[in-house]
Write a protein that binds this ligand. Structure first.
Ligand code: GAL
Length: 977
């Protein structure tokens, strides 16, 4: 093994584990070929319980376990597919880009957890005696050596790729023993440095496939579509001659023969598949044919002649209990959730997914960027020196990975781009991969992000680029070489969905729809990779004692680990909705407050934002709400607009006169009929238009403050005479309210350590905003008001907020006006600006008139609809895996909680929880949050935006909350009705 010794050094004795550190892809496996789930040939799943033994190094145990007659006494059992570290043997390790072992390619550590697996099986009695049999592994991390009935079949690397062995000659009817030795670390690990858990094991299916004489080998379905003529051309090339049957199209031709005829094309919006068969002498293989043509034309990615806009997500395979061993139900759940949230594209970051997932993408309609299992990100630590992607010794392994990806997945119409991998620098190996792919498949484009000069790619792709640069790219003002300047642009990663956020998605979408060159993007990422854990709720990096880890950076998805949609997904659905309804409004702050322009005549403009379909599958409805309650609804007739078309549609006359209350139109586009991915009535798009805002609360200051010995009363309010703090409103006991500027920094507030821009979370903490001191300067009882003057400031700093609380009452209601004047030189925006108050723990139910039902912050609130909402305090919490600020409802005019009614002038952000912000800040896992005896309520005049600085840009300037003189009011009253 040439890399183990240097010239002149005596060779060490050959180790049984030499193949582990071999840079070549392995030996003994069959060439890659098209994958298909089932044909009329027999197959036998070897999934199930396997005998298992874990040893600490690659060669702790000899290979006698693979010999005939071995008895696995004392062995454990594991489930296959599965990862042994998810089944109580050893532990998962999470690193982002750092290799969790010394970088000395292709050497791996001596501590190399090695799992020996044994599976006994009998062939079914009617297993055919003729032909051959293939043993297929769909995914093993990271390196395997395989024996059948004592015969050494070979070894392989390439964790998320299929590998097959010819085994027919070794099989017997009964008592077969399959032995598989799996090493956690191998040379291949250097090529698999994706940001995710390191999870060894046989984590995808193991199957025996009978190969009858004359059965199919490899085949390539070429199915293009000529959009000008409406004609499809089908040609199935097959290594074994046969016939191609497509009954629905009356096709019965020899393999290799093209046939052109009228067809309906396949697109992600119209996933028309034709069932067919490849019939060879010995096998009938089902085909699912989608006619479509992908090309680069006029500098744009076009499918069937039309430029597409990717509204995508990056999907790692994840299940909180099973890791990357996904069952079919979970794959389907992902696809349905995507379709129901208006997502039309998936990048299979950063490896080919289980092939069944691509079948679902074909069926349900999703554009797929199919990425090869390649990432060498850790070499960035040494300025990419020794990067395998630029070292010819590794090129065969890279080409093997490219071939195994393309050959496996080439017959999926959903796959429109091949991606060489992720974050592997640049180099000769990548170029070789691109050349090989182009030669093998001319019907798709090649993607790779790490190549900003686009030497090897057909698309200019970047990640986390800020809005301003994306706009420059859209305008073709970004420079770059000639090749790049002519290419379309996608953001293969953006909107880092870690914790609360991502913010700024709507701002990106505005750019994508404004510039043709911008063909959309893929939010990072689909799901949090939290591991179900009794101690913590969900565990993340460091929770398994890893010596090197990247904490909760592994929890950055639009879904929580249990696949509950996070507010980020709800926001994304709204932002990318395929139908726009505008009412002449120019302003859309969060909280559903899109205001109709003055003089608006009730006409809405409907725009079809689909790329391929008209609007005939949608039904439109209007409704009219007064103070959040429906005052009428009905159908709205919208023409079946073609893609890109608009129509002006007049709403009916308002059903009632709102008489000083707030009034809004809501227009919704819903599915007119059941589809395979959602039922009739499913909301695809909606818009709200405000025609009248509720009148601000007014309180005539008429009650005088009445000083007592210890308390002052003012109307229903009881105040501490010394500090001026409110103690009760009528019978409702209250702590505070007092100024609050602190929020439990979100992952996006904290930012990633490599960010060069200001990262507000750490700066806020350094300034001391989490430990503000409140100094009461004066408590002044006037004729009709109580005024409390304070200064709020952190220790050690000269900055402060002079804060005046002015209380008035009409005898039954209490009005608080807070005036804030910043003092000193503030160099940072504030996290929040408002008041915090405490209520009894019995304050459980909340109703509010404002934005909901979910949370919303200045740059994340598009999906908040204005309404009259109801919740418990517990249900207001958004359960981010690492606790952080959450749960604000924006644009609230009125809230009721714990017997208290709170009205805002102006509308405010409402947050309530059973712990303090400080406790939320200190918590590291959900399980650390324990309810106290107070419900803490924040009423905020302002909130800092969220941004996505945990990997991307921070909150845009317009969403920052700079300290400035401010005045805002709340009216408190006890609910007596
Ligand atoms: C990207 C990378 C992803 C992930 C993301 C941050 O650089 O491609 O795999 O690490 O950053 O979550």
């Amino acid at each position: 093994m040439s890399f183990r010794t240097s010239p002149g050094t005596p060779a060490s004795p050959p180790s049984p584990a030499d193949y582990v550190e071999d840079v070549s892809p392995g030996g003994g496996v069959l060439p890659p070929r098209a994958w298909y789930a089932a044909s009329d040939a027999r197959s036998l799943s070897l999934n199930g319980r396997w005998d298992f033994r874990l040893s600490p190094a690659a060669d702790t145990e000899d290979d006698s376990f693979a010999a005939e007659g071995y008895e696995p006494g004392g062995w454990a059992e594991v489930q296959v597919p599965g990862h042994w570290v998810m089944q109580g043997h050893g532990s998962p390790i999470y690193t982002n880009h750092l290799y969790p072992f010394p970088v000395d390619p292709p050497r791996v550590p001596a501590e190399n957890p090695t799992g020996d697996h044994l599976r006994r099986f009998d062939l079914p009695p009617d297993w055919p005696a003729d032909g051959g049999t293939v043993l297929r592994f769909d995914g093993v991390e990271s390196c395997a050596r395989v024996w059948l009935n004592g015969t050494d079949l070979g070894t392989f690397q390439g964790s998320r790729l299929p590998h097959e062995f010819a085994v027919g000659h070794l099989l017997r009817p009964d008592g077969n023993v399959l032995a598989v030795r799996v090493h956690q670390w191998s040379a291949g690990s250097y090529l698999e440095d994706q940001d995710q858990w390191w999870l060894p094991g046989i984590f995808r299916d193991v199957t025996l496939l009978h190969r009858p004489p004359g059965s199919a080998l490899d085949f390539f379905v070429h199915a293009s579509y000529d959009h000008r003529e409406g004609l499809g051309t089908l040609r199935v090339d097959s290594d074994v001659d046969g016939r191609v049957l497509v009954p629905g199209l009356d096709i019965d031709v020899a393999t290799g023969t093209p046939v052109t005829l009228p067809v309906l094309p396949w697109t992600a919006e119209t996933p028309r598949l034709y069932d067919g068969e490849l019939v060879t002498e010995g096998e009938r293989v089902p085909l699912r044919i989608g006619f479509r043509t992908v090309e680069l034309h006029d500098g744009l990615i076009k499918v069937n002649g039309t430029a597409v806009l990717f509204k995508g997500v990056n999907r790692h395979e994840w299940h909180p209990e099973k890791g990357r061993a996904l069952d079919p139900e979970t794959m389907l759940a992902d696809v349905l959730l995507m379709k129901r949230h208006n997502i039309n594209a998936v990048r299979t970051s950063h490896y080919p997914p289980h092939p069944a997932f691509l079948d679902l993408c074909d069926t349900y309609g999703l554009w797929v960027v199919d990425e090869c299992d390649l990432e060498t990100h850790g070499f960035t630590e040494q300025a990419w020196r020794d990067n395998p992607a630029d070292d010819p010794r590794w090129t065969p392994a890279l080409l093997d990975r490219a071939a195994r990806t393309v050959e496996r997945d080439k017959n999926h119409p959903s796959v429109v781009l091949w991606s060489l991998g992720n974050e592997a620098g640049t180099g000769r190996g990548l170029t070789a991969m691109a050349e090989w792919i182009r030669a093998r498949d001319t019907s798709r484009l090649v993607h790779y992000e790490g190549d900003h000069d686009c030497r090897d790619t057909d698309v200019y792709s970047r990640m986390y680029t800020d809005h301003a640069e994306v706009e420059r790219i859209g305008r073709h003002q970004d420079g770059g070489g000639l090749k790049r300047r002519r290419l379309p642009f996608i953001l293969c990663e953006y909107g880092h969905a870690m914790g609360n956020g991502p913010g700024g998605l709507a701002d990106y979408q505005r750019l994508f729809t404004s510039y043709d060159r911008l063909q959309g993007g893929f939010v990072w990422e689909w799901i949090d990779h939290g591991i179900a854990d009794e101690r913590h709720g969900f565990a993340y990096g460091g929770d398994f004692g890893e010596e090197l880890h990247d904490g909760n950076f592994v929890c950055d998805g639009l879904l929580f680990p249990d696949r509950t949609p996070s507010p980020g997904l709800v926001e994304y659905k709204k932002v990318i909705e395929p139908v726009r309804v505008d009412g002449g409004d120019s302003f859309s702050p969060p909280g559903g407050r899109r205001e109709a322009a003055a003089g608006w005549d009730g006409t809405v403009r409907v725009t079809n934002g689909y790329d391929f379909t008209d609007l005939s599958h949608l039904a439109f409805e209007w409704s009219y709400q007064v103070d959040g309650r429906s005052a009428g609804s009905g159908p709205l007739v919208v023409p079946a607009l073609a893609p890109g078309e608009t129509a002006d549609v007049k709403l009916p006359a308002p059903p009632v006169d709102p008489r000083g209350a707030g009034a809004r139109w809501t227009v919704r586009a819903v599915l007119a009929d059941d589809t395979v991915w959602a039922p009739r009535g499913h909301v695809v798009a909606w818009t709200q238009l405000s025609v009248a805002e509720p009148a601000p609360p007014s309180v005539t200051a008429s009650a005088p403050p009445v000083p007592g010995e210890r308390v002052i009363t003012l109307g229903p309010g009881t105040f501490d005479a010394r500090t001026g703090a409110l103690l009760a409103v009528g019978g409702v006991e209250v702590t505070g309210p007092r100024l609050d500027v602190w929020r439990a920094p979100t992952d996006n507030d904290n930012g990633a350590h490599w960010q060069s821009d200001a990262r507000h979370g750490p700066l806020w903490r350094a300034l001391g905003l989490h430990r503000m001191r409140h100094r009461p300067d004066a408590v002044e009882a006037g004729d009709d008001s109580l005024t409390v003057r304070t200064r709020v400031a952190p220790a050690a700093r000269d900055v402060g907020l002079r804060t005046v609380y002015r209380w008035t009452s009409d005898g039954t209601r209490l009005r608080l006006t807070v005036s804030v004047t910043p003092e000193g030189r503030w160099t940072l925006p504030l996290p929040r600006l408002g008041v915090r108050l405490g209520l009894a723990a019995s304050a459980d139910r909340v109703t509010w008139l404002g934005g909901g039902p979910g949370e919303g912050y200045p740059d994340t609130g598009s999906a908040c609809a204005y309404g009259l909402w109801e919740s418990t305090v517990d249900a207001l919490q958004t359960p981010y895996v690492r606790p952080q600020e959450n749960g604000a409802r924006p644009g609230v005019h009125r809230a009721e909680i714990g017997g208290l009614r709170i009205e805002g002038d102006p509308a405010f952000w409402f947050t309530a929880r059973r712990w303090t912000t400080e406790q939320l800040d200190a918590a590291e896992h959900r399980a650390d949050l324990l309810p106290g005896d107070t419900v803490w309520v924040n009423l905020d005049h302002g909130q800092q935006g969220i941004g996505s600085q945990s990997c991307g840009p921070g909150a845009l300037p317009r969403y920052r909350l700079w300290p400035a003189p401010a005045e805002f009011s709340f009216v408190f009253s006890e609910i007596t009705d």
